[in-house]
Design a protein around this ligand. Structure first.
Ligand SMILES: [Fe+2]
Ligand SMILES: [Fe+2]
Length: 177
């Protein structure tokens, strides 16, 4: 049985703020790349907007299943002005690194409290954070590559999205969050 009103639950409610803020931040980045006429980069951030909302929903479902009082928190403002092609990717990586610290704290608290449900639930997000950091690191290397044109960046991202899509289509054993 899940512990009620534990430190884990309080932190998880707080985590909702970060997931929803991440969603809005990536939405602003989607708009930025769309305005730069970079549809593939725009798509990357549109997909991440959807993913972050799914993370928030998964957390809301978990809190509801645990019969905990839940209010949807206010979401802090996000950055809307970016300088060129590289800055948003740098910010996205820094943002994911910050989120990873928070997810790891949740995992630590669940373990310290012997909250087995909480620990099991948060493990998916531990894995997700490792993948997201890895993705943004690779993307940063591409956009920062010396002499890379917008056209080359768009081509790389288009290939990468196609590869990821075909891998997840084959990988029926893997459950999406
Ligand atoms: Fe997330
Ligand atoms: Fe994320």
């Amino acid at each position: 049985m899940t512990k009620k009103n534990s430190a884990f639950h309080k932190l998880l409610v707080e985590q909702l703020i970060y997931e929803l803020q991440s969603a809005n931040q990536y939405l602003a980045m989607f708009v930025h790349y769309d305005q730069l006429d970079m549809p593939q980069m725009a798509k990357v951030f549109k997909n991440h907007f959807v993913e972050e909302n799914q993370h928030a929903l998964a957390m809301i479902d978990y809190l509801l299943e645990s019969d905990l009082p839940l209010e949807i928190p206010a979401v802090p403002e996000v950055q809307n002005e970016f300088d060129g092609v590289v800055e948003p990717v740098k910010l996205a990586l820094e943002h994911e690194q910050m989120i990873t610290e928070k997810i790891h704290k949740l995992a630590r608290i669940a373990r310290d409290d012997y909250d087995f449900d909480g620990e099991s639930f948060i493990q998916r997000f531990v894995d997700e954070q490792r993948e997201e950091e890895d993705y943004f690191k690779s993307l940063l290397a591409v956009v920062e590559a010396e002499g890379a044109t917008r056209f080359e960046i768009e081509n790389w991202v288009a290939r990468e999205i196609q590869t990821t899509a075909s891998i997840s289509a084959e990988d029926t054993g893997q459950q999406e969050i």
